[in-house]
Design a binder for this molecule. Structure first.
Ligand SMILES: Nc1nc2c(ncn2[C@@H]2O[C@H](COP(=O)(O)OP(=O)(O)OP(=O)(O)O)[C@@H](O)[C@H]2O)c(=O)[nH]1
Ligand SMILES: [Mg+2]
Length: 223
């Protein structure tokens, strides 16, 4: 019984990986940097995307695929910023899969710079599913606690960058950003670490620069 279950899971992930590779190839050919945002519910993924929409307006073009179990709310928040957004509602599934992204890909305009994918709020399952992204950001907010990287290692291991969010709340919380970063770096030494407040704007310059540099690398063939 146990052996059969493991085989099925492997098949699902292998099928997902194939679909993700096709998405990555298509987006790279179009010169679009795809960024997958992963975190617990409420860590600030949509708020960060709203802040990036403000920051990139008139300079870089972005579009967003939103993943949630129910509601169109996050896509509506992004559209209110004048950015195209498509909402995927999973109806109960706790993560996005590449085939879901594939269905939306035809709607994504040719002439954009960034395609952001906001995954379903969950620090566990989304870590196992490649969506065809070139960059994966894992967000950890100060109210969640600085002990989370070691408890949910796969999410941090699978990411390219750690974004510590809600830094404006640090004076009020027992959250040590150095501990959170050190735990995450022990899991994945190559993680880039950013500390931001999407509400106040702190740290957004460095994160935006990181994204633009990744875009330029992709377009020069060095993704
Ligand atoms: N103080 C503070 N609050 C923030 C910040 N970023 C987001 N929030 C708040 O945190 C709450 C959740 O933010 P969202 O952006 O909706 O979080 P999310 O990760 O998109 O949530 P899900 O899509 O449900 O997983 C909202 O009330 C935000 O206003 C921040 O930098 N500072
Ligand atoms: Mg959200």
């Amino acid at each position: 019984m146990t052996t059969k279950t493991i085989t099925v899971v492997r098949d699902v992930l292998a099928t997902n990986k194939q679909a993700a590779a096709a998405i990555r190839a298509e987006l790279r050919a179009r010169g679009i940097l795809c960024v997958n945002l992963l975190s617990s519910p409420g860590s600030g993924k949509t708020t960060l995307l709203e802040a990036l929409a403000d920051r990139f307006r008139g300079r870089r073009r972005m579009a967003v695929i939103e993943g949630d179990i129910e509601t169109e709310r996050d896509a509506e928040r992004i559209r209110a910023k004048g950015v195209e957004a498509w909402q995927i509602t999973t109806g109960g599934a706790c993560h996005l899969e590449a085939k879901m992204i594939g269905k939306v890909l035809g709607n994504v305009p040719e002439a954009i710079d960034f395609l952001f994918i906001e995954n379903v709020g969950n620090l566990v399952c989304p870590a196992s599913y490649d969506l065809g992204e070139d960059l994966r950001l894992v967000l950890l907010s100060s109210p969640e606690g600085d002990d989370k990287p070691a408890k949910y290692p796969q999410a941090f291991f699978s990411a390219d960058a750690l974004v510590l969010t809600k830094s404006d709340l640090l004076p009020y919380l027992p959250f040590d950003p150095r501990r959170a970063a050190a735990e995450a770096l022990a899991i994945k030494p190559t993680l880039k670490v950013f500390t931001i407040s999407a509400l106040c704007g702190d740290g957004l310059d460095a994160l935006a620069t990181y994204l633009v540099e990744a875009l330029e690398r992709l377009r020069s063939g060095g993704a």
